[in-house]
Design a binder for this molecule. Structure first.
Ligand SMILES: [Cu+2]
Length: 235
């Protein structure tokens, strides 16, 4: 599940597409991972009953894990002073049985985050350069990217996790890839944090598809690393 903090509210987007503000519905019996970012200042996601607190930063994703065991409503606070209405940046984590949670999902049925992301990718024109067009590829393919190693021009190899993909979209020239021209513009001022989470959800949904055409300088010796360990994501 995805969290965007802003003065002064918590905006939640479930991977299944449901959105809520200042409430977070979660089921018992399975671990929940939150991917969190701020769209302004530093906030901190704090659920005292879970003994869980994590800074929510502008500019970088952080993550928080918990596994709810008991249905009920639990206080959610912002634990980092974030301006005038900081003390009102509060909410509720609503823990439900798996049955009740499924019912809640169904009664709020919507397109998934990844489906929304796919539409964003189309409307921003990303596919003009990143789609397998047949002959040549202007930009790297988007399939088989999330969670996989990516070689950079500076010689480093990074895992294409949430934070890498965010940087690659907002500031594409900072870590450009060998074999591709430096022509991608920055989307810093165009894509808001919620849209970005949708786009990354889409990229994640096609992580196991292989693009018909590999990039011009993709090393075949690079092995997919699979899902990035949660501990490293966002740190
Ligand atoms: Cu705050």
């Amino acid at each position: 599940m995805n969290v965007v903090g802003k003065q002064w509210m918590w905006k939640i987007a479930h991977n299944t597409g449901q959105r809520e503000i200042n409430t977070l519905h979660v089921p018992t019996g399975r671990p929940v991972r939150l991917t969190m970012i701020s769209e302004d200042v530093i906030h901190s996601f704090f659920v005292p009953a879970f003994r869980k607190k994590q800074d929510v930063l502008p500019g970088r994703y952080s993550t928080l894990w918990f596994e709810p065991t008991k249905p009920g409503k639990y206080h959610l606070f912002c634990a980092e002073y974030c301006g005038t209405d900081h003390s009102r940046m509060i909410g509720e984590v609503i823990v439900q049985t798996p049955e009740d949670y499924s019912e809640w999902l169904e009664s709020n049925d919507t397109e998934t985050l990844a489906q929304r992301g796919r539409r964003r990718v189309e409307s921003y024109g990303c596919l003009r350069c990143h789609a397998p067009l047949g002959g040549s590829q202007v930009g790297p393919p988007l399939t088989g990217l999330y969670g996989h190693p990516v070689r950079l021009k500076n010689g480093n190899t990074v895992t294409a996790d949430h934070n890498y993909l965010r940087r690659a979209i907002l500031d594409p020239q900072a870590e450009s890839r060998p074999g591709y021209e430096k022509i991608m513009p920055s989307f810093e001022d165009q894509i808001d944090p919620e849209q970005l989470l949708e786009i990354i959800a889409y990229l994640r949904s096609i992580a196991d598809e292989s693009g018909p055409i590999a990039g011009p300088d993709e090393s075949s010796t690079l092995q997919p690393a699979g899902e990035a360990p949660d501990q490293t994501e966002g740190r």
